[in-house]
Structures are given as C-alpha cells and as structure tokens.
Design a protein around this ligand. Structure first.
Ligand code: ACO
Length: 306
C-alpha cells in the first residue's frame, strides 16, 4: 500500500548558543568544536512538549489538515518532560487532537523509528498520522562537561503522513538495534548524558552504511540514483565518512548541524525541512534517510518523492 508525506513543520528555540559562548565557561574553543564536529552554534530552550506542539501545529498547517483528520500521534523523544505520562498525549491535547498518542524512544534514530511505526499504523487501517520528533536534550546535559555540552541541543520536527492508494513515497525501511552497545551512550535517572564518543563514532559509520546499503537493495535503487541524503546530524565527519563509503557525493547530504547541533530525534526532520525550503526535494527523485543513536539503534529508508 502507498504512503505519502503531506506536510512538514519544525521548531527551534530562539536562544542561540555559539561555540564562543561555550568557550567562556568550558575548556574548549570554536576552532576545536568546528573542526572536530562541524557545529558552530545550537539552540537551547523550551520543552519536549512546547517544541513538539509548535512543530506539530506547523506540520498540520503545511499539510492543510485539521486536528480531527489525524488518527494517531507518534512522538519520538529521548527527553520526555516526565517519565509518566508520556509527552505525546499532552502535545495532542494542546493541538486539539483526540486520537491515540504515544511516545517512542529510539534515541537519535527516534524519528525513523516513529516513522516506521506510523507506516505500520497506516497499513493496519489508519488514514493519517502526525509524527513528531521533539527534544529537550539541554536539560540532561552537564554544562561543565565539555564532551557533551558542545554537541547536544534542543529542537523539534514533524511530518503528516497519510495512506495513498495511488502513490508510495517510502520504498524501503531497515531498522536495527544492538543492546550490547547500550553503555556507549547513556543518561541515568537523575544524571546527565555520558558517551564514549570514539566508539559511538566508529560504530555509527558502520551501522549507517550497512543499513543504508540494505535499504537501497530493498528499494532496487543504486547509490548514484540518490539525489538527497538526510542523515542524523551528530558530527559532520560521520556524515562525510558514511557518504564516502556509500559512494554518494557529500554535496548530496543535508547538513544543518552547523546551526542546530545534535538534536537527536529532531535532527532528521530539521534537516529535511531545510532541504525542502531550499528546493532540494524534487518530484521523481530518490532520497536516503539514515540515522543512528543510543541503544545502539539505527535506521535507513529510501524515499521517492511523488
Ligand atoms: N573541546 C576541546 N577539546 C576536547 C573536547 C572539547 N569539547 N572534547 C575532547 N577534547 C580533547 C580530548 O580530551 C582529546 O585531547 P587529547 O588528545 O589531549 O587526549 C582531543 O580533544 C581529541 O579527543 P577525541 O575524543 O579523540 O575527539 P574526537 O575527534 O573523537 O571527537 C567527538 C570527539 C566529537 C565526541 C566524536 O568522537 C564524535 O562525534 N563521536 C560520535 C558522537 C555521536 O555521534 N553522538 C551522537 C549519538 S546519537 C544520540 O543518541 C544522542
């Protein structure tokens, strides 16, 4: 059956924190952060709910649909406002949705996990689903820890996807998880994010390349046919290494991490929306979405725009 994207929306906090701002309180520098990560500034503020409501309402408006037209809300978040209730029902209430609403935690693969879940929900009889990725990572960052403080940030992105009998925009999906690598990136109750950056880096490149190659094969699409890569925005060097191994020119990858840092579940929709507003989403062309995150989790999908 066919699935198509009907609208997108994003939201980022107004407050900009530059590398120089961080260098005032941390033993780091704009030169180090830019060179080792590609990040120049990030947005800090809001909550998973407030950013999710804003991105969600913009996606509804972009899709031209009413709250009553949505059959399900799937929210990807690593940083729910509370352990319980989930953040999705609170976002739903604010948006005027009366449908089921739930959170999915796939860390930085979260938006892809939520999209895959939504695709399954469409296959089992729902018509239209709001998928949101929303993160308030800054709340769980130790701002004295330069390892994490330079990387993580806040933001949200959302998409309305719907059943369509005539077209199909999601051609393939490959997800994975390996809990044996769980300790590489964690945030304990009451604690802060901690990470073995080097190991995450190495494995991230590997799982992104492997899952992307499988997704491409499933879709019957070759790497040179991919016009747009929408990768998780963690580190420019991960994007460079993965696209190089896949044989896709780096210019085809969307990069927004220079402005937004790593916003986990929000990074893929933030990147996609940027590509779309710059005219990079063209009917008939193929795109590769790919992400990885704590868990460790990963996911790749091949799209073809109707
Ligand atoms: N500022 C200045 N110097 C620093 C900083 C910093 N913020 N952080 C580390 N350094 C120093 C180190 O101490 C080290 O110094 P030394 O050579 O004297 O020992 C040197 O810089 C190099 O450190 P490395 O850790 O080797 O730096 P690396 O190039 O590996 O970059 C980074 C570190 C940016 C964390 C990288 O490994 C990375 O991006 N890893 C993947 C992270 C990732 O993708 N996380 C997202 C997962 S998704 C999710 O679920 C949130």
């Amino acid at each position: 059956m066919g699935v198509r994207f009907r609208g997108w929306g994003t939201a980022v906090p107004d407050h900009v924190v530059t590398n120089d701002d961080l260098s005032r309180t941390l033993d780091t520098s704009d030169a180090w952060i830019t060179e080792r990560t590609g990040i120049r500034e990030r947005r800090i503020g809001g909550t998973a709910k407030s950013l999710g409501v804003l991105a969600g309402s913009r996606a509804l408006a972009d899709a031209g649909v009413e709250p009553a037209d949505i059959d399900f809300l799937v929210l990807a978040t690593t940083t729910p406002d509370r352990i319980t209730p989930a953040t999705a029902p609170m976002i739903a209430a604010e948006l005027g949705l009366t449908c089921p609403a739930m959170d999915v935690n796939g860390a930085c693969s979260g938006f892809m996990y939520a999209l895959r879940t939504a695709q399954g929900l469409l296959e089992t009889g729902n018509t239209r689903i709001l998928v949101i990725g929303s993160e308030n990572l800054s709340r769980w960052v130790d701002w004295n820890d330069r390892n994490m403080a330079v990387l993580l940030a806040d933001g949200a992105g959302a998409a309305v996807i719907e059943h369509d009998a005539t077209v199909n925009e999601i051609l393939s999906f490959r997800l994975g998880a390996n809990g044996e690598w769980a300790d590489l990136l964690t945030c304990e109750h009451g604690g802060y994010f901690q990470m073995d950056g080097k190991e995450v880096f190495r494995r991230a490149v590997r799982v992104v390349v492997e899952s992307a190659e499988l997704a491409l094969a499933d879709a019957g699409v070759t790497a040179d046919q991919i016009a747009l890569v929408v990768p998780h925005q963690a580190n420019i060097r991960i994007i460079q290494a993965a696209t190089q191994r896949l044989g896709i020119p780096m210019e085809r990858a969307v990069v927004v991490l220079d402005r937004y840092g790593n916003t986990s579940s929000s990074s893929i929709p933030l990147a996609f929306d940027d590509a779309r507003s710059n005219g990079r989403v063209v009917a008939g062309e193929y795109a590769l979405f790919t992400g990885f995150g704590a868990g460790m989790t990963w996911a790749s999908a091949v799209m073809r725009w109707a």
